[in-house]
Design a protein around this ligand. Structure first.
Ligand code: RTP
Ligand code: MG
Length: 147
């Protein structure tokens, strides 16, 4: 079963959106297999965002993601990687469709509420950066036969 790494960014935590965001993925029918509130170190942030190292906004991005606690999560389900990205909406909240998380709750591109892995490789890599195997729960929900 496919897994993805989702992270409510410091703005989402500050704005009390953890419950709202978690609720959307639960109601959709995905399964939460791991979650924790944590403060990301500079080193971890630089590893996580390594693909953006040369971009002009890299420094700001790392400063922002380490500026306060994030809510790190691993979600499981059929096509969860791409479906979660659809539910998140466009990177820039100004362009994100209403009904998406960023479209409903974001204003600026830097503070766009949530991160989600963009491919199978990214998901595997990012889950490994933020979670130990023992923190991930392997279980089945009985309700999943109705999804
Ligand atoms: P994410 O990685 O956070 O899920 O977002 P994404 O795939 O939609 O966007 P990505 O291109 O990976 O960019 C990572 C994050 O960098 C910030 N960003 N700032 N100032 C800017 O022009 C700019 N562009 C991107 C955003 O917060 C974006 O989520
Ligand atoms: Mg990305």
């Amino acid at each position: 079963m496919e897994r993805t790494y989702l992270m409510i960014k410091p703005d989402g935590v500050q704005r009390n959106l953890i419950g709202e965001v978690v609720s959307r993925f639960e109601k959709k029918g995905f399964t939460l297999v791991g979650a924790k509130l944590m403060t990301v170190t500079k080193e971890t942030a630089e590893t996580h965002y390594a693909e953006h190292k040369e971009r002009p906004f890299f420094g700001e991005l790392v400063d922002f993601i380490t500026s306060g606690p994030v809510f790190a999560m691993v979600w499981e389900g059929e096509n969860v990687i791409s479906t979660a990205r659809t539910m998140m909406g466009a990177t820039n909240p100004a362009e994100a469709a209403p009904g998406t998380i960023r479209g409903d709750y974001g204003v600026q591109v830097a503070m766009n509420v949530i991160h989600g892995s963009d491919s199978t490789e990214s998901a595997k890599r990012e889950i490994g950066i933020f979670f130990e195997d023992a923190e991930l729960n392997n279980y089945e929900k009985v309700v999943n036969k109705w999804v």
